[in-house]
Design a protein around this ligand. Structure first.
Ligand SMILES: [Mn+2]
Length: 266
């Protein structure tokens, strides 16, 4: 499907897509990728959820189409850099190699259009500094599964009512004190480590909590996920970063009919 209103970005980062997991919003991501072009696309980990696939094989056609889409983008000239995460960590053994037109790297140093050096990594390495692997705990948690279930059905009802996608789970998670403090600790750890290594900023994923925080010239960006928040980080040609929510994207594409129809059919 082609989208007439097209955005040109220098760089796009997405992470935590979790293909193979039933709450992955592959169709939304497909619509998003169709509406934007960029020189470099970073896949910041947990693109395919091998843990989930190991438990139960779930592979609908939209997931297959999304993988094809990523491959096709790379073939048509977008530089696609894939940094595996902990849910697709078997791919880490291919560090420095290419998978067709896609480059696989353990981590990467990115230089922005305005000369900032940003450290790009999935971010699960930071769990070692924390009290627990909070995501493993969250995804294994029955309450979290229930939240995702509510999210799924809540959004079906919203769609029937013609309302845009809303991340209920994200909303609740950001209001629960324990989750909030774990997210803050993770962020602090990423910032400390990136500063220690002399970078101007860090771009990571892993905790499914989108963020763009620029403080004293230092950038912390979290790409969020495509399970709940449906977010992407974007750099324009001046080096300015923006965090984009799929819902905003639908809003901004409103003048054209096709994208809305695509989002509603999803
Ligand atoms: Mn992860």
């Amino acid at each position: 499907m082609s989208v007439s209103k097209h955005v040109n970005a220098r760089t796009v980062w997405i992470s935590d897509v979790h293909l193979g997991f039933k709450d992955c919003k592959a169709d939304y991501l497909y619509t998003f990728l169709d509406s934007i072009s960029c020189e470099t696309l970073y896949l910041v980990g947990d693109i395919v959820d091998l843990w989930s696939l190991k438990k139960r094989v779930y592979w609908p056609q939209e997931h297959y189409h999304l993988l094809l889409k990523l491959y096709e983008l790379a073939e048509k000239g977008t530089r696609v850099i894939y940094i595996p995460g902990n849910h697709d960590d078997p791919m880490r053994r291919f560090d420095g190699q290419t998978f067709g037109p896609i480059e696989i790297m353990h981590e990467h140093v990115f230089e922005s259009a305005n000369g900032k050096r940003l450290w790009i990594l999935h971010g699960d390495a930071m769990d070692a500094y924390m009290q627990f692997d909070w995501l493993t705990k969250m995804t294994g948690d029955i309450a979290y599964c229930f939240l995702l279930w509510l999210n799924r059905w809540g959004n079906r009802l919203r769609k029937l009512a013609g309302r845009p996608y809303f991340s209920l789970a994200g909303q609740i998670k950001s209001n629960v004190h324990g989750a909030r403090s774990a997210i803050e600790r993770y962020k602090k750890q990423c910032i400390e480590e990136a500063r220690r290594q002399g970078y101007d900023g860090v771009v990571c994923g892993h905790i499914h909590s989108a963020d763009l925080d620029i403080h004293d010239g230092f950038t912390y960006a979290n790409t969020g996920d495509w399970v709940e928040s449906c977010t992407a980080l974007i750099e324009d040609y001046s080096g300015k970063l923006n965090l984009l929510h799929f819902v905003d994207k639908v809003e901004w594409m409103k003048p054209t009919q096709e994208p809305l129809a695509a989002a509603n059919a999803a």
